[in-house]
Design a protein around this ligand. Structure first.
Ligand code: FES
Length: 165
């Protein structure tokens, strides 16, 4: 072996210390990076469907159903109660409407105002929606109630995300 190809003691120490230092730095940084981006790595709950009711319970009259979803906001996990107005149309289609008024976010009720017995009514500013969730012109809401994605499996109604219309 010629002198040019030999590794000097100084070079050997430099390579060794650089390699060991790099290895140790990577070992310390990897958990920190993992911790910093942890929520991003978890599978998203978006699109999950929750069992809400037996389809036998669903009638032509809108009924209020409630269920709980797990919500993850960064490192904070909580349980959130969700609500939907659910009914069956004349064509046997299931409709699941959000109860959140599209005006300023109050909760709408079905047939709670004697003057409008077949409508959703928002008590905050007298907002009105027809049975299919469409806002009545001339009342404060300017958009229909969102619809929940839904599916029926083994006799149970599952609701997913709300979709604006
Ligand atoms: S919040 Fe419903 S009408 Fe204003």
């Amino acid at each position: 072996m010629s002198d040019k190809q030999r590794v000097s003691r100084r070079q050997f120490l430099n390579y060794t210390l650089t390699g060991v230092g790099g290895f140790m730095a990577a070992g310390m940084l990897a958990p920190m990076v993992r911790f910093a981006i942890d929520p991003v790595l978890k599978p998203s709950a978006a699109g999950d469907f929750q069992s809400v009711a037996s389809v036998d319970e669903i009638t032509n009259e809108p009924q209020r159903f409630e269920w709980i979803v797990e919500q993850v906001d960064g490192w904070y996990e909580s349980e959130v109660q969700k609500t939907a107005w659910v009914y069956r149309t004349e064509d046997d289609e299931i409709v699941a409407l959000s109860p959140i008024c599209t005006h300023l976010g109050c909760t709408v009720d079905w047939a709670s105002n004697e003057e409008y017995p077949d409508e959703f009514y928002c008590p905050c500013h007298a907002g009105r929606y027809t049975k299919d969730g469409v806002n009545v012109p001339g009342t404060p809401p300017t958009a229909p109630l969102p619809l929940f994605d839904h599916k029926v499996e083994e006799g149970m109604l599952y609701l997913g995300q709300e979709q604006e219309r």
